[in-house]
Design a protein around this ligand. Structure first.
Ligand SMILES: *Cc1c(COP(=O)(O)O)cnc(C)c1O
Length: 465
């Protein structure tokens, strides 16, 4: 397929054209011009392993790589040395539902599934173009470590990652700061996550600086990340729904709407998904939207810090992709909405547009999270993390005996052990290799929350001052 922008300012781009970028040049988001169908192929994939399913999905979206090139990359990504889960993405039955284990990669969160693929695709594309890039990003925790782990040792990529100094869990901070590699630069910003994000946006708005320093992006709006995530929706159906030829419902702990948007694409491609359950924590702008048609983004100061921090968002950065589809891909209407969206000017759509799209939603609070972690442990002896618990809790409101419910495990409990211990009295076991990670030597530079400080570090790294 070819790629376009949700705001109409990009025409007929190839996968290679959009892979290394964040926003489209017109400020919109990159989407495929059409969604290819996977329906005719589903039956033949029942016996396939995860890399084979990944190959067949990716092939539909990538015109400018050969089959052998795509195959080599997925085989190198989705293998036991990278993902420790049985069969890469294990699917287990727990009582009245299924749990899909997306978090057995190097940083113990589902972001590895996409980031590990992206690292290898970047390498391939940069070698082909004989280019280098500097990936500039901001993280509140999981994205930064997943991106850094994916780029370690890649000679054509450097990573400059901004994180809020002292605001991440000790485990998350150690995951990033213990990396000691010449191409990984950790900048610990004296500020909050939103200030980190604003600095990244400001630098990305400076076209001259961007070109001179070859700035690229791996944030959640990168199309390659969405693409990698489509695969496990197909996989989940093959494991849960294929044998009985039933539709499934899939519950997704949601922040920036990247993960669940991949589920929406899978559904458009003909994967038998009946409903996608959008599970929010206290930062529930999306639950409000799916219930009322009103999308009222919040000011960053109104974000509630929770124990499922990767879902603490004021505004869901991938949501524009869904609205574009909902408005029958009307780029003018999409641009009119998103270019002017502010906390004071919410988007309101007629709820009749939402009746048949297959989304339902709910909110999970601190009390719900703790109770859910406790009850899943009591019932099944299985520890789940805080984000997965939000998904599980909201899924409980939509259980239907006729349609299997699938929940996505988006992080392992070891990442958020204080909350898990609070809920169950049990300290979650650490996977091999993470023992004593907090005691390792750390490598980061504390900087003020200014874009000039960040620019200075990028120029020093690239010798472009
Ligand atoms: C990033 C993240 C989420 C939210 O995913 P989105 O794609 O932003 O909706 C949920 N859980 C965990 C553990 C995450 O790291």
């Amino acid at each position: 397929v070819r790629y376009v922008s949700t705001r109409g300012g990009l025409a007929d781009a190839s996968f290679a054209d959009v892979l290394l970028e964040g926003l489209a040049p017109d400020g919109g988001l990159v989407v495929p011009a059409t969604y290819p169908s996977i329906e005719p192929m589903l039956g033949s994939l029942v016996e396939a392993d995860y890399p084979e399913v990944a190959f067949n999905v990716l092939k539909l979206f990538i015109d400018d790589m050969t089959d052998a090139e795509i195959r080599a990359i997925v085989n190198d990504t989705y293998r036991p040395g990278v993902f420790s889960g049985e069969g890469v993405v294990p699917v287990e039955r727990l009582g009245d539902r299924w749990l899909v284990g997306l978090s057995t990669g190097p940083t113990l969160a589902f972001k590895d599934i996409a980031m590990q693929l992206l690292g290898r695709l970047f390498d391939f594309e940069l070698s082909r173009q004989d280019r280098r890039i500097t990936v500039l990003g901001a993280t509140s925790g999981d994205t930064g470590s997943a991106a850094e782990q994916a780029m370690v040792g890649r000679s054509r990529v450097s990573v400059v990652m901004l994180s809020p100094y002292g605001k991440m869990s000790p485990f998350q901070a150690a995951q990033m700061y213990s990396i000691d590699e010449p191409n990984i630069v950790n900048l610990a910003v004296e500020g909050v996550f939103d200030e980190c994000q604003d600095i990244v946006k400001a630098i990305n708005a400076d076209a001259e600086f961007k070109v001179k320093n070859n700035i690229g992006a791996v944030n959640s709006i990168n199309w390659g990340r969405v693409l990698a995530q489509i695969v496990y929706y197909v996989w989940a159906w093959l494991r849960v729904g294929a044998e009985t030829e039933t539709e499934v419902d899939i519950a997704v702990p949601t922040g920036n709407f990247g993960n669940v948007f991949a589920g929406w694409v899978a559904k458009q491609m003909g994967v038998p998904i009946r409903r996608l359950v959008v599970a929010c924590n206290e930062n529930n702008v999306l639950d409000e939207f799916f219930k009322t048609g009103r999308y009222a983004i919040r000011s960053t100061g109104d974000v509630v810090p929770t124990s499922s921090p990767s879902m603490d968002i004021a505004k869901a950065s991938n949501f524009e992709r869904f609205i574009f589809d909902l408005l029958d891909r009307d780029a003018t209407a999409t641009e009119a909405i998103f270019a002017g969206l502010t906390p004071a000017m919410p988007l309101e759509i007629d709820t009749s547009l939402l009746t048949d799209v297959g989304f339902v939603s709910g909110t999970s609070t601190e009390v719900d999270r703790m109770a859910t972690i406790g009850s899943v442990y009591a019932d099944f002896g299985r520890l789940i993390d805080t984000h997965t618990a939000d998904g599980w809790h909201v899924a409980s409101q939509y259980i239907d005996e006729a349609v299997p419910m699938v929940c996505l495990e988006t992080a392992l409990p070891a990442k958020f052990s204080a909350s898990i211990e609070r809920a169950t009295g049990v300290v979650p076991p650490r996977p091999e290799g993470f023992e004593g990670i907090e005691d390792r030597q750390q490598h980061f530079t504390v900087i003020p929350a200014t874009s000039s400080a960040v620019r200075g570090h990028i120029e020093a790294l690239n010798g472009t001052a």
